[in-house]
Design a protein around this ligand. Structure first.
Ligand code: PAF
Length: 273
C-alpha cells in the first residue's frame, strides 16, 4: 500500500481515501464518489477491525461480502482496494493505542467503552499506510467523524477530512451494514428513528429551542414502537460533542437504539434559524 501511494504522490496525484469495514452499500458508494470527485486516485480499505468491537458485540457475525464489495468498487472505478489481514494490522506484541479523550466520552463512547480507541488506532494505522490527501467519512457515525477531525488536528496529520451527509433508504432508514440483521418487523419499527429526528426538526422550526423539550418529542416518537429500546437521545455541540441546553447555534441530535439484537444509530443537524 505504502509503495503504491508513494509512487502515486511522486506522479503528482492527490489521493482520496475511504476507510470501511466492507459489506458496502449505497452510503459507502456515495463516500467513494465524493473521494473520486475530489482527488486523482481513490483508495478504499476494507478491514473489520476487532479493536473497535467490545465483548458480546457483533464482531463474529459482522456481515461480509468480499466478492460483491470488489465488484462494486470496480464498477465505481476505484483504483485500489486495500484489505489488510488482522495479523498484518496487529502483529504479535501489538500494544499501542491512539486515544482522543474528550470528544469520545459521551454518546456511543459512553455505551461502548474502548470503541473509539479502536477506531482511532486503526484509522491512524490506515492513514499511515495510505497517507491520503483527503479522507471521506459518513455523517451517520457523527461522533466518529468529530473524533477523526480532532485526531487529524491534534497529530498534525495534514489530511483533509470530508464529512458526507447520511444516505437513507426511500422510507427514511439510514443506510447501514447492520440493517442486514433486521427482521421485517424490526425494520418497520426502526423507521421510528428517522421519524423522531424529523419530529425534532419540525419542533425546532416552530420555535422550540429547549433541548429537554426536543428530546421529549423524540422519545415520544420512539416510544410508539415497543420493539425499540433507547440507549441514548442527546443534543450536542457539533464539534465538541458536549451536551447543550438550548439550540442557539447549530447542534447535532444523535440517538442510539436497540432493535432486538441490533444496535442502530442515527442523527440530524438542528440548525438554529
Ligand atoms: O466507519 C467504519 O466503518 C469504521 O469505524 C472505520 C472508520 C472503517 C474504522 O474501522
Amino acid at each position: 500500500m505504502r509503495v503504491w501511494a508513494d509512487d502515486a504522490r511522486r506522479a503528482g496525484r492527490r489521493i482520496g481515501f475511504v476507510p470501511t469495514m466492507g459489506f458496502l452499500h449505497e452510503g459507502h458508494l456515495t463516500l467513494v464518489r465524493e473521494a473520486r470527485s475530489r482527488c486523482d486516485a481513490c483508495v478504499v480499505s476494507i478491514f473489520v477491525n476487532p479493536l473497535q468491537f467490545g465483548p458480546g458485540e457483533d464482531l463474529d457475525r459482522y456481515p461480509r461480502d468480499e466478492q460483491g464489495d470488489k465488484a462494486k468498487l470496480e464498477a465505481e472505478g476505484v483504483e485500489v482496494l486495500y484489505s489488510p489481514t488482522g495479523d498484518s494490522m496487529y502483529g504479535a506484541g501489538f500494544q499501542t493505542a491512539v486515544s482522543v479523550t474528550e470528544v469520545t466520552k459521551g454518546l456511543c463512547g459512553a455505551g461502548r467503552p474502548g470503541h473509539f480507541d479502536g477506531v482511532t488506532t486503526v484509522v491512524a494505522k490506515l492513514f499511515n499506510a495510505v497517507r491520503p490527501d483527503e479522507a471521506v467519512f459518513g455523517e451517520k457515525d457523527y461522533q466518529q467523524l468529530a473524533t477523526i477531525r480532532r485526531l487529524v488536528v491534534d497529530l498534525d496529520l495534514g489530511i483533509a477530512i470530508v464529512g458526507v451527509p447520511i444516505v437513507r433508504e426511500a422510507d427514511g432508514l439510514a443506510m447501514s451494514s447492520r440493517n442486514a440483521y433486521l427482521s421485517e418487523d424490526e425494520r418497520e419499527a426502526a423507521l421510528a428513528l428517522s421519524r423522531s429526528l424529523s419530529e425534532a426538526r419540525r419542533a425546532l422550526r416552530s420555535g422550540e429551542r429547549e433541548t429537554a423539550v426536543l428530546i421529549d418529542r423524540v422519545r415520544a416518537v420512539l416510544a410508539t414502537e415497543p420493539l425499540l429500546q433507547v440507549e441514548y437521545t442527546e443534543i450536542v455541540d457539533a464539534d465538541s460533542i458536549q451536551p447543550v441546553d438550548r439550540i442557539d447555534k447549530s447542534a447535532r441530535l444523535a440517538l442510539a437504539v436497540h432493535v432486538g439484537n441490533t444496535r442502530l444509530i442515527d442523527n440530524t443537524l438542528l440548525a438554529a434559524a
